[in-house]
Design a protein around this ligand. Structure first.
Ligand SMILES: CC(C)(COP(=O)(O)OP(=O)(O)OC[C@H]1O[C@@H](n2cnc3c(N)ncnc32)[C@H](O)[C@@H]1OP(=O)(O)O)[C@@H](O)C(=O)NCCC(=O)NCCS
Length: 254
């Protein structure tokens, strides 16, 4: 593999518009969350000091890591929300509009290009988010983590899944393990972190599945079943994520 360099986007603003050069590998239904669709494309430009991009020797973008910041201490908030990623994304952009300064950084997405997976790059990208948040003067980076092997156990409640550990005590899930190795602490489940709703015709188009019976549908790569209602002609996927907290005042040095 060619030499990889990780850049913070406020130090390489020319890369802000290039974050989507890493090919996305999300299944179609994951691109149907209205909050994500309205706001994610603005994250790199709005919070460049908290985002990072990895390039190879030819300056090709091979990985991205995006984060934002929000005021957890603002009135009516106070604790990490059950609404996970969607909720903190809304908080972050409403704070920006209101001129409120953030006190907490939240990771949003890390995407490693297919050709560069399995080589340890994700550890570098998590470290880059931690370093960026610390440099921005924040003491806490949180992450509504999407455990990347949970889809293999779609009927298992997330609260049970996160208790699965290996003999060495680290999480069985690879992506949770990356966060814990980096110094993150698993807090709890964010039950409704993303929500995708559509008519049955839309769900058929998104998944290629029949969606012709009322009840739970197991959709490949979904973390939990999708709820299908034939009579009402709609289906809804409520994705649980896992709140992980990185205390930036201690833990592994960058
Ligand atoms: C999840 C993702 C970020 C991991 O990045 P990566 O660079 O491929 O992973 P790494 O090589 O750093 O390995 C991370 C851990 O996963 C494990 N792993 C890597 N590939 C694996 C595979 N195919 N199967 C099982 N475990 C695997 C590694 O062993 C490592 O665990 P360890 O540190 O205990 O050894 C990457 O696959 C990706 O971009 N996926 C799509 C987007 C996504 O899911 N992002 C995370 C949520 S936002």
């Amino acid at each position: 593999m060619s030499e990889i360099t990780v850049h913070r986007l406020d130090q390489r603003p020319d890369l802000i518009d290039r974050v989507y050069e890493v090919e996305s590998s999300w299944p179609d239904f994951m691109g149907r969350d209205p909050v994500a669709n309205a706001l994610y494309w603005q994250i790199a430009g709005a919070f460049p000091q908290l985002c990072a991009v990895a390039t190879d020797a030819e300056d090709t973008v091979v990985a991205t890591a995006r984060a934002l910041q929000f005021a957890l201490g603002a009135a009516g908030r106070g604790s990490l929300p059950d609404g996970g990623l969607d909720r903190v994304t809304i908080w972050a952009f409403s704070d920006k509009l209101a001129g409120r300064s953030g006190d907490t950084a939240s990771a949003v997405e890390i995407m490693i290009g297919q050709a560069h997976r399995g080589a340890g790059l994700s550890h570098q990208m998590v470290a880059a988010l931690r370093d960026a948040a610390r440099s921005a003067g924040l003491t806490r980076l949180v992450a509504p983590v999407r455990p990347n092997a949970k889809h293999q156990y779609p009927r298992m409640p997330m609260a049970e899944y996160i208790t699965m550990v290996r003999d060495d005590g680290l999480p069985a899930d690879p992506w949770l393990r990356v966060h814990v190795r980096a110094g993150g602490r698993i807090l709890r489940v964010a039950q409704a972190s993303m929500v995708m709703v559509g008519s049955l015709a839309e769900w058929r188009a998104w998944t290629g599945l029949p969606f012709d019976q009322t009840g739970d549908v197991i959709v490949p790569e979904a973390l939990v079943p999708v709820h299908c209602d034939v009579e009402q002609d709609h289906a809804v996927y409520v994705e649980p994520n896992v709140w992980v907290e990185h205390d930036l005042t201690r833990g592994p040095a960058s």
